[in-house]
Design a binder for this molecule. Structure first.
Ligand code: XMP
Length: 350
């Protein structure tokens, strides 16, 4: 519509003025709608001086990394680097079962890899004299993310956001809670980079970002995509995060989501996923007892993700989904559906 069109143009002009005609901008992308829309906008405003970085944690969904690459690089023409971090993430997560420890390890590993890539981009620019310094860090923060983060207290230091001083805690919590790159700008501030935050979506609500995304030519499937947490499948495994466990979750999740899409009900829910309880449950195969792990299915409806209700599946569909998962995914002998509301439950399991 007219208003959104106006927003795109105004925002592009604003970004160009802010960044100038030499500086470079980096940003983490995940394949989700917020970071894709923000990246697309940067591309429109400053072309290849924007560098999108996708850290492949090895904890993303089936074929997700290739799909993000296809969309961002081939379809939207964004300057994208994929950092292959799978092995490092798995080695650091070995033996860890405590949820907060998992999150912390993933956050730190993410920052390590991201920082290394940012430095590489900077050095490359220096060598080729093609562009200026990396001065900005793009963040796809929405209005709701900022509001939600106001309730957290953090360090009192300030960092600059688009020239204005903002309370560090607000920004860092927004990043930590929603993108899982907590501490990134602050740490880079301490180094050479002196990154300033640029947040083109900070005044928008989710439905506005979606409308904006459509207008920027982003595919409908991506625009309507359910959110996916930064720590990925790791927080959907109760127990140790191993490549084998991740593989099982990927297969089960793929069956679950495909069947939801085939039933035409994907857009009726806000989020849906398969998770894994690595404890053993018994099943029968022929005339012997076999032990396998438990797949937990969760699907919710929510307006703002602060509260949520379990999605009411037609029971026959739910049974069909369970049957396919047990039959097709080795290692699973049971499937359960999580009917907990939020509160008291949360959307994710850990
Ligand atoms: P909870 O589990 O707190 O989730 O009810 C609310 C929403 O936030 C997402 N979520 C995360 N997103 N990094 C993220 O990027 C995280 O660490 C994280 N934890 C939860 C969750 O998927 C849901 O949409």
């Amino acid at each position: 519509n007219w208003e959104m069109g106006n927003f795109t143009e105004k925002e592009i002009i604003r970004i160009r003025k802010l960044v100038g005609d030499k500086a470079q901008v980096i940003g983490a992308v995940s394949g989700g709608v917020d970071s894709t829309v923000a990246a697309r906008l940067m591309k429109e405003a400053i072309g290849d001086r924007f560098h999108a970085i996708l850290v492949d944690t090895g904890l993303m969904r089936l074929n997700e990394c290739q799909e993000v690459k296809k969309t961002l690089q081939e379809h939207l023409g964004i300057n994208l680097t994929i950092v292959d971090g799978g092995e490092l993430f798995f080695s650091r997560l070995a033996g860890v079962v405590e949820p907060e420890t998992k999150r912390k390890i993933i956050g730190e590993t993410f920052i390590d890899l991201f920082e290394k890539e940012a430095i590489r981009i900077e050095e490359e620019a220096k060598e080729t004299h093609r562009a200026g310094k990396v001065e900005w860090f793009l963040q796809g923060t929405l209005y709701a993310d900022l509001i939600e983060s106001l309730s957290f207290k953090g360090p009192s230091a300030t960092i600059k956001s688009e020239g204005k001083h903002l309370d560090n805690s607000i920004i860092l919590m927004a990043i930590t809670a929603h993108h899982n790159v907590g501490g990134l700008p602050a740490r880079m501030m301490n180094g050479q980079a002196q990154l300033k935050l640029i947040e083109p979506l900070r005044e928008l609500f989710k439905d506005e970002v979606r409308a904006f995304g459509r207008q920027l030519g982003i595919h409908e499937d991506l625009v309507m995509r359910h959110p996916f947490p930064g720590p990925g499948i790791a927080i959907r495994i109760l127990g140790e995060v191993t490549p084998e466990h991740v593989e099982i979750v990927r297969k089960a999740d793929h069956i679950f989501i495909s069947m939801i899409k085939e039933a035409g009900i994907y857009d009726q829910m806000s989020q849906a996923y398969a998770a894994l309880d690595t404890n053993r449950a018994v099943g029968v195969m022929g005339d012997s007892r076999v032990y396998g792990m438990i797949c937990i299915l969760r699907a919710v409806t929510s307006v703002d993700f602060m509260s949520a209700e379990p999605f009411e599946f037609p029971f026959q569909l739910l049974k069909n989904i369970c049957r396919r998962i047990v039959n097709e995914v080795d290692g699973i002998t049971r499937v359960v559906y999580d009917c907990t509301s939020k509160p008291p439950g949360t959307i994710e399991l850990e």
